[in-house]
Every structure is written in structure tokens, then in C-alpha cells.
Design a protein around this ligand. Sequence first.
Ligand SMILES: NC(=O)c1ccc[n+]([C@@H]2O[C@H](COP(=O)([O-])OP(=O)(O)OC[C@H]3O[C@@H](n4cnc5c(N)ncnc54)[C@H](O)[C@@H]3O)[C@@H](O)[C@H]2O)c1
Length: 330
Amino acid sequence: MLRTFVTHNPEDLEAYFGRALPELLRIAEVVLNPLDRDLTTPELIEHAATCDVVIAHRSTPGESTLFSGCERLLAFLRTAVDISTVDVGAASRNGVLVAHADKSFVPSTAEIALALMLDLARNVSESTVDYRRGVDPPQRPGFQLRGKVAGLIGYGAIARYLADALRSLGVEVVVTDPYVDAGVDGFRQVGLSELLGRSDFVLPLAASTPETEHLIDDAALALMRPGAMLVNVSRGELLDEDAVGRALDSGHLAGLGMDVGCATDQRPSAALATRPGVVSTPHLGGLTPENADAQAMSAVEQVRALTIGELPPRSVNPDAASRLRAWWTA
Ligand SMILES: NC(=O)c1ccc[n+]([C@@H]2O[C@H](COP(=O)([O-])OP(=O)(O)OC[C@H]3O[C@@H](n4cnc5c(N)ncnc54)[C@H](O)[C@@H]3O)[C@@H](O)[C@H]2O)c1
């Protein structure tokens, strides 16, 4: 049996591994994070030194010292899709396989975008806050989504799911993506300027790259319709937050919904989240139990594959997995 270390702290273990831990125990010798918090890399090296596999929470980086320091380590399996904190080059140099989870976050993240749109449209949070303060809320009827235009910047997995949901609500969806054609699904593909000028809601859903950093800046905001709203569930870097603040101040931007921002762990920054007209959630788009369970089960599936001599699905450096090949042939 593969000796498998799980880095999740007790709270995350409960959130992710309710169903997956019994499954994992059936196929592997499991070692749990013994502390009541996330481990530092030196602590992880110490505790996982005798393990063949590390199943890593998204808050556990895969630093080069881990791959050189854990000589038995065959595979580093991330229970998330984002591997930007994993030094894949160092893993490869040390012959360690890196793999990630699949995109089970798509429905949850698209739904949080929809929740923020609906909240902005109908002032749900504003009225709730009034009631909690003991104030009888004024009537803020807002507006319906049906008949409005939503502009999706990027047509990846989340955008495609959201586009279908919006279409079923009677929202006209326009899309801009230089690399993917949304026309095949019946959505109108337009240039960025046209999208900004036409949309009642603008939703940046592009990947975070140097090209998309501050995609929504002063110039982009000026192209948006007066009274339009912005909803960001993608990555904080996509927005120039100072420019967004200025557009809210002037009233040109009528509302902002954020699940992500420039604070720690991609959370919305307090400077924007505390303003009137802004609704925010603390980067919990993908954090539903359904997604956590699916990502933990994805790691169990990967351990099972390793055990029977197969490359796990979603391996990112299979050609470099020399330790694994040596273990299979030993
Ligand atoms: N809020 C959360 O909890 C949460 C959860 C999961 C993912 N995300 C984020 O949501 C975003 C979308 O995720 P996804 O899985 O749909 O990504 P994806 O990789 O499937 O799609 C990204 C899309 O962006 C497009 N793109 C790249 N550059 C562009 C540009 N300059 N203009 C327009 N489009 C461009 C790509 O062609 C691609 O179609 C990512 O930034 C991801 O990190 C957030």
C-alpha cells in the first residue's frame, strides 16, 4: 500500500474528506497532518519523509525543498485545479509526479456569480442589513434579469455554464474571447469594446495572465454603459481596484459584486467590499461541500491509479515521473 500523507488541517479534512477518507483508507496507508493548522514546508518534509504520496490542500505549496527533501515521494496530488504554488520544474527535476483535481468547481462558481448578479439587481443584502439593524427598509425594487444583457469576458468552463443558465433566464449573453468561439453554442461573439458598451452586467471570467491583468481599468470602465454593473468571480488581478472605486464614486458604475479581489487569498479588498452598492463573498465560489468532496475523491482516484500502475488523470508532468516508473518496475 502506498503510504499517503494528507496535508489538510482538521477543519479542511472534515470539509473535504468525509466520504473520501474511508475510501482512501481502503487502498492506502494514510498519515494525517498531526497539527491543528496548515503545515509549513519544513514541517511537511519532517512529517511526510516516510511517505510515497502527498495529497495537498490548495494552501500547501509544493516548494522545491519538499521535492528534494522527501526522497521517497513519488507523487504530489493537489485537491484543487490551481497549481500556481507548486514548483513543477523542481518536482520534475526530482522525478516527482504532479497532478491536480478536475474542474468540479464550475457549477458552484457559476452559481455564486449568479447570486451576486441577483443580489445587485434586487438589493437583497441591502434590505437584509436594514432589517438586522432594526430599520424598516425602504422599497428598493431593483430590476429583473430577463431582457438584460450580460457580457462575459472569457468563454471558459465557468463562463459556458453561466451562459447557459443566463440564457434560460431570458438574459441576452454576449461574449468576448480571443481564443475560443462562443458562436458554436449560439452566443454572440463581439469585441471587448462592444461588449463593454452593450452590457448591463460585465463579468470578467478570463484566466489571470499578464494580458488580462487590470483588464477592467479606467478606459474599460469609461466604455461601460452608465448604470451598468460589474461582477468578478474570476481573479482579483483582472480589476484595477482604484479605477473601480473611482467609477463607483462617480456613479458611472451602479454596482459591484465580488467573490475575489486583491486581499489575501484572493479575497475582496475591504476598501471596495465595505462600500455601499457593493456585495461581496470571501472567495468561496468553489468552496461548496459538493466541490470539496469531488476534489478529495479525485485524489483518491489518482492514488488508486498509482497503485495499479497507471498514470493518474490530470497529471501535469508524466514524462518526468521517473521515481514512479522505478517504483512500478521494482
Ligand atoms: N471564485 C472562485 O472560487 C473560483 C473558482 C474557480 C475558478 N476561478 C477563476 O475563474 C476564472 C475562470 O475559470 P475557468 O475554469 O472558467 O477558466 P478556463 O481556463 O476554462 O477559461 C478561461 C478563458 O479565458 C479566456 N481568455 C484568456 N485570455 C483572455 C482575454 N484576454 N480576453 C478574454 N478571454 C480570455 C481563455 O481563452 C479561456 O477560454 C479563472 O480565473 C479561475 O482562476 C474562481
